[in-house]
Design a protein around this ligand. Structure first.
Ligand code: UDP
Length: 406
């Protein structure tokens, strides 16, 4: 039976600019799963407040998938920081849409705690089964990354939501354990569903031509970073790592992502690179459209993921699908998706010198022609969004059996 699924992605849009402050893996997750569900004949409405592209209220995204821009009285986008106060208004708008469309949803799936709070309003008004994916857990983020400070509002709400929602969906077993530990959530309330990768988009391209097209030298040893420029991503220690590797001929760090050259974070990274005397070895490539990323992954010799915390870490899966090895900290799904010593390395120590040794090991393998892109890709070909979607659908169905809604 086809389902009517409502997804809340309130602070970040599935068609927002990936790689900027509030738009990353969560948007890809919502977009790709909705696309898969739509392909299978289910009807999905995704609700967001984020509308940087000034799209119409309702956008037909894919077969059976609509994106609805809620506004309430907000008149334009509200920043993530101020959004909490507007949630009752946004709920009013969500309710009006549902009534006007005369639609009954079978399941409600919220993404991130702000959507979770909005979702609980709908949960009690609609008497619907409500699943929540945190994407990041504030308490864990704060504990793992020294410079991150989370508001009491977020921490309190995340704890409350764990009790109120019908179920929680996480991307790794590790995340499930965090939730049991921090929020005392019972195991049977949490479902682990790994993320996927679009294997048609992310595939190995010819390295020399990828480098030529992007303007990088064929002789470089290219270390790539892809992601938001956020403290949690460990960018400072990546720069320190590169500072330890200047003896490698042609060493180049290419940093994709961020909100542009005029932002404080960009300037901070630039001055850190200068302080480490590696400014000539670092290229800040800015935000790149996802369709162009396979060129970057294929051009690179290694993807570096130096994060303090990830709920999954999509970029690693994308790089591996493009045949590029990954050197990473032990965050998110990394220990599962990176075959240590075969498709990359998982660091056992947070010291940049250790991270540097692992990148140097990739450099050595490169000299010995030791890494085959097709073998690296083969290690992740089971990780499709179709697999994630069918697991999630199972979770939707079993969540709702108890309520005899589906
Ligand atoms: N991304 C992109 N362009 C950029 C930077 C990132 O398309 O300039 C995408 C990347 O392909 C990945 C996502 O943003 O799918 C980042 O997801 P990840 O899980 O690695 O990090 P998160 O944003 O969840 O912290």
């Amino acid at each position: 039976m086809a389902l009517n699924i409502a997804m809340l992605s309130i602070h970040s849009s599935p068609i927002g600019d990936l790689g900027t402050q509030d738009t990353g893996g969560m948007s890809v997750y919502v977009r790709e799963l909705a696309k898969e569900f739509g392909r299978q004949g289910h009807c999905i409405d995704i609700f967001t407040q984020h509308n940087s592209g000034r799209h119409q209220r309702v956008v037909d995204l894919y077969d059976n998938v609509r994106l609805i821009h809620l506004s309430g009285e907000t008149r334009g986008a509200v920043s993530k920081r101020s959004l909490y106060a507007y949630l009752p208004q946004l709920f009013h708008d969500l309710e009006s849409f549902k009534i006007k469309e005369r639609i009954e949803y079978d399941i409600l799936h919220s993404h991130y705690w702000l959507s979770g709070v909005l979702g609980t309003m709908a949960q009690s008004s609609w008497d619907i089964h409500h699943l929540l994916t945190y994407h990041t857990i504030g308490a864990v983020k704060q504990q793992t990354c020294p410079s991150e400070h989370e508001t009491e509002l977020r921490l309190t709400n995340e704890r409350r939501l764990a009790g109120v929602c019908s179920g929680l969906v996480v991307a790794t077993q590790k995340e499930k354990e965090y939730l049991s530990r921090f929020d005392d959530v019972s195991d049977d309330k949490i479902t682990v569903i790994p993320c996927g990768v679009d294997l048609h988009r992310f595939k190995p391209l010819d390295k020399p031509s990828a480098r030529r097209q992007l303007g990088f030298s064929a002789d470089d040893f290219m270390v790539l970073y892809v992601g938001r420029y956020a403290p949690i991503k460990g960018l400072h220690r990546l720069l320190e790592t590169v500072g330890c590797l200047t003896h490698l001929p042609g060493l180049r760090l290419v940093m994709v992502g961020g909100d542009g050259p005029h932002t404080p974070m960009f300037r901070k990274l630039q001055s850190e690179a200068t302080a480490l005397n590696i400014q000539n070895r670092v290229t800040f490539a800015g935000r790149v459209e996802q369709k162009t990323l396979p060129q970057y992954y294929s051009a690179a010799d290694v993807l570096a993921v130096p994060s303090y915390y990830e709920s999954f870490g999509l970029v690693a899966l994308e790089a591996l699908a493009c045949g590029t090895p990954v050197v990473t900290t032990p965050v998110g799904a990394m220990e599962k998706i990176v075959k240590d010593g075969v498709t990359g390395y998982v660091a056992t120590d947070s010291d940049p010198k250790h991270f540097a040794r692992l990148i140097e090991a990739i450099w050595l393998k490169k000299q010995q022609n030791g890494l085959s892109p097709s073998k690296i890709r083969a290690s992740v070909t089971e990780c499709t969004w179709a697999r994630s979607a069918s697991l999630l659908l199972e979770a939707y169905r079993s969540a709702s059996y108890g309520q005899q809604k589906i």
